[in-house]
Design a protein around this ligand. Structure first.
Ligand code: PMP
Length: 488
């Protein structure tokens, strides 16, 4: 394995994988797994292609901000490329796309400007264009930029021909978002593997390509109006409310041999089947493409080889209807498995009871009392304890200043300082649990007692008595707990 010179060298060369358990008798089905790209989607390819084309032609200057409208995957790909190359990135995205997408882009250092879902795909594109014009930013223009289909013609399609040989593939099945995949791959397959039929899949309630309405464009190539056949659909990343300029090349050259509609329900079922029967974990548009490929497989001539494009990973969909049938809690069956052995269960308390602590020494006892009296609010915490985080979060949101004693931190390790304070706390508070909170020298209790005092308004009164006013924060302090710690 050659060492890669940067993460960008790991984009592309995604595997084609045989389908073993879901393919009907007599046909061979394959998928191209774009989740294997470092950013988890097909859009890593276009992100690198657009940025490097703009670097070459001088339209992107060193350090210039990049801006783009995206349903998420392009933004994630661009965020990765921009992080590596040192360009700031601003993304505009409709609020209707999954939360995972926003967080991933922000984690990779991008700014995400949300646009109203009611203004659809055309709205987020308009916002990106306005931002570019107002601030002199580089607009990536994925829906028009020729660097988008070009990279698929040069890499995705070439990889497919390398895997199947020229004329070795009977059907290539794909949806479209920008149309980069459809136009680029079909360009090279037509030239170098002319037997391969190109099948374009669309949501059944938003069949823009199969409709004869002619899309109009602005002089800059952006869509001039929304397409009348568009309706909201669940395949994130597919079929915006216009036919992108990038798709026109495939339409004009009549490269699409068949148009296939697919329902949202069939798409999600196919994504679940791929996960559960093939171990292939992908998103909704991948499920949609595979569902369409399966329909095709049922009628295709015996011996056909069918390849479905799988654009991204399923991890991007945890908060979407794709995961509706996946519960956070244990099912009845899982609970029965838990009860089938004696210990480590929720319905049987743990053996052994509370841990023991050595007797508190006088210095440690005096230190706890002194600290409580010298500070308005003191919290004894452990660095990685989620109850502690929850109380801190509440104090921070409510603007309550506090002193935190981090019992397990490096600073408290010398001479078992933290351990001695824990013994003292156990004696003073009557419990070994952490956190323990003191206000104005008075012991309040642990996280639960502190939340109760907050909810009942008592904490506020104690703080007021010390001239500390609270900012508006959550009505119920228990909402600061992570979900898995919520009282059962
Ligand atoms: N599926 C998903 C999840 C996507 O994000 C995209 C790109 N928007 C596509 C499919 C379609 O790819 P393309 O833009 O190349 O048509």
């Amino acid at each position: 394995m050659a060492i890669k010179s940067s993460i960008l060298d790991t984009i592309g060369k995604t595997p084609v994988i045989r389908i073993n358990n879901l393919a009907p008798e007599g046909v061979e089905m394959f998928v191209k797994l774009e989740a294997a790209n470092p950013g988890g989607s097909v859009k890593d390819r276009l992100a690198l292609s657009i940025i490097e084309a703009a670097e070459r032609d001088g339209s992107l200057k060193p350090g210039q901000t990049v801006v783009e409208a995206t349903s998420g995957n392009t933004g994630i790909g661009l965020a990765m490329v921009c992080a590596q190359k040192g360009y700031p990135l601003v993304v505009t995205m409709a609020e209707s796309f999954s939360i995972e997408r926003r967080k991933l882009m922000r984690f990779l250092g991008a700014k995400v400007v949300l646009t109203p879902a009611s203004e659809k795909g055309t709205g987020m594109v308009k916002k990106a264009r306005e931002l570019a014009e107002t601030h002199g930013w580089f607009l990536a223009r994925q829906f028009e930029n020729p660097a988008n289909p070009d990279i698929h013609a040069k890499t995705t399609a070439v990889e497919i021909i390398e895997d199947f040989g020229p004329d070795g593939l009977d059907y290539f099945v794909t949806g479209f978002g920008t149309g980069g995949t459809l136009t680029g791959v079909s360009r090279t397959l037509r030239a170098d593997s002319p037997v391969t039929k190109i099948v374009a899949v669309e949501p059944e309630n938003a069949r823009l390509l199969a409709d004869d309405h002619v899309q109009s464009y602005n002089p800059d190539g952006s869509a001039a109006a929304a397409h009348p056949a568009w309706r909201p659909h669940p395949m994130q990343g597919w079929t915006p409310d216009f036919i992108p300029m990038v798709v026109q090349e495939a339409l004009t050259n009549k490269r699409i041999d068949a148009y296939q509609p697919i329902s949202g329900a069939a798409s999600m079922q196919a994504a679940r089947d791929l996960a559960r029967k093939e171990g292939i974990f992908v998103g909704t548009s991948a499920g949609a493409t595979f569902a369409a490929a399966l329909e095709l497989a049922r009628t295709a001539p015996k011996g056909s080889k069918i390849l479905a494009m799988l654009p991204d990973t399923g991890e991007r969909y945890l908060s979407t209807p794709l995961f509706d049938d996946v519960s956070e809690e244990m099912s009845d069956e899982e609970q029965a498995i838990s009860r089938s052995t004696a210990t480590v269960r929720f319905d049987v308390s743990a053996a052994g009871g509370a841990p023991s602590f050595p007797t508190a020494d006088d210095d440690a006892l005096a230190e706890v009392h002194r600290t409580a009296n010298e500070n308005a609010v003191v919290m004894y915490v452990l660095e990685w304890c989620e109850f502690c985080w929850s109380v801190r979060k509440m104090f921070e949101e409510a603007g309550i200043p506090y002193k935190a004693v981090e019992l397990d931190s490096v600073a408290y390790q010398k001479d078992n300082h933290g351990g001695r304070l824990r013994s003292a706390l156990k004696e003073i508070c009557g419990t070994h649990t952490i956190p323990q909170i003191f206000v104005g020298g008075t012991h309040i209790g642990g996280a639960t007692e502190t939340f109760d005092a907050y909810n009942a308004g008592e904490l506020g009164k104690m703080l007021e008595a010390r001239q500390i006013s609270m900012a508006a924060a959550a009505a119920n302090a228990y909402s600061y707990l992570p979900k898995w710690l919520h009282p059962r």
